[in-house]
Design a protein around this ligand. Sequence first.
Ligand code: ATP
Ligand code: MG
Length: 325
Amino acid sequence: MSEAVIETRGLTKRFRRVVAVDHLDLTIYRGEIFGLLGPDSAGKTTTLRLLCGLMRPTEGTARVAGFDTVHQAEALKRQIGYMPQQFSLYGDLTVMENLLFFADIFDVREPERSQRIERLLRFAGLIEFIGRRSAYLSGGMKQKLALACALLHQPPILLLDEPTTGVDPVSRREFWQILTELHLAGVTLVITTPYMDEAERCTRVGLMYQGRLMVCDTPTRIRQMIEGEVIELQVGAFRQARQLLQDEPGVLEIQTYGEMLHLIVDNAAARLPAIAARLKEAGIPVLSMRQTRARMEEAFISLIRRQNARIQAEMTPPGAESHGE
Ligand SMILES: Nc1ncnc2c1ncn2[C@@H]1O[C@H](COP(=O)(O)OP(=O)(O)OP(=O)(O)O)[C@@H](O)[C@H]1O
Ligand SMILES: [Mg+2]
């Protein structure tokens, strides 16, 4: 393994009663594309802000690029580029003016300044737009400009908070091409994203939930964590089918994806005929039914569900379930 560039130990941030980040132990190695995932409010943004030294932890420590995020925050700033979730470019400023503004902030002077700006404009495909006010850029272009601004001081570590949320698929692909080039150039990337296809491109991903890191591994190993196999099912009567199959032998869990049901079963091949028969018996038309490969998303939902079940069980005193209200 290469050298650890981010290391947190017991990193915790509380906001009154909310524990946004709860004893996080995270190690990220040089050159990784590390994906931080998790539902809304999981603590992803707070984690990135702690790593940037923008916020003091309530407890615990974080070292980034060898610097303590609390005591060496100034030195740390030169080592990291941070793209916040709500990145505020100056809408009234042009593309070029925004870049110059960030060059000033990071004290990037001539002759490097012009050379870097030119290279970044090319890199981000923004060369034709230098005179356009950033308020009039498309969503994808805004994000590319924001990334260019975060790269001006050539940081070896980049922290990106949902950089592609709400960006169209073509721009998302372009954005990832840039990230891939940065990765190949040896930059360490930490990225939060709600998109599972992006998570699959990471060297490792960490799933956060309620401030805790529930799992941290390669996408392949996370997919293997699902206990069972997946049957993808499209039916006429979606809710009815869900209800019906809940108690079907071998069905461990049912997840919904739009109009699709994903049945997590102990053995897909063995259970398929009985499931088909059950649906037929109930008069539910089957539009499609097939075994599919478990994705990271199923594994995550399954892990979160199991975690919730554990919490529920801990909170329910023994015997309480049988009494009712
Ligand atoms: N400055 C703050 N003051 C009070 N509570 C905060 C503050 N920042 C975050 N929180 C709370 O901490 C928790 C974690 O928030 P955070 O923004 O880190 O989550 P997130 O995983 O980035 O969520 P999202 O996917 O919505 O961006 C939430 O409950 C949030 O309300
Ligand atoms: Mg966030």
